[in-house]
Design a protein around this ligand. Structure first.
Ligand code: SF4
Length: 75
């Protein structure tokens, strides 16, 4: 493509996206982003978000639980 001027906002945007990604990687946090591109994803078989056939081998950790009926009564 032709050259583009990467102004301050672009630099801040890219820096922020990369630093947040690096924080996620260091903490083992990977948030799936389901799009049409998932069809070509090399790890889709292991991805729970697209119901990958091997996803059961990589269970996700959850730290929150769905509200119980009792919780709902107190809301
Ligand atoms: S299949 Fe899963 S890991 Fe792959 S791009 Fe889609 S959401 Fe991300």
């Amino acid at each position: 493509t032709e050259l583009y001027d990467l102004d301050n906002n672009t630099y801040r945007h890219v820096s922020s996206m990369y630093s947040q990604a690096m924080k996620g990687i260091s903490q083992g946090i990977f948030v799936p982003h389901v799009t049409a591109l998932c069809k070509g994803c090399p790890v889709k078989d292991a991805c729970w978000a697209v119901d990958g056939k091997d996803a059961y081998r990589y269970p996700i950790e959850t730290t929150i639980t769905a509200p119980t009926e009792e919780d709902k009564e107190h809301q």
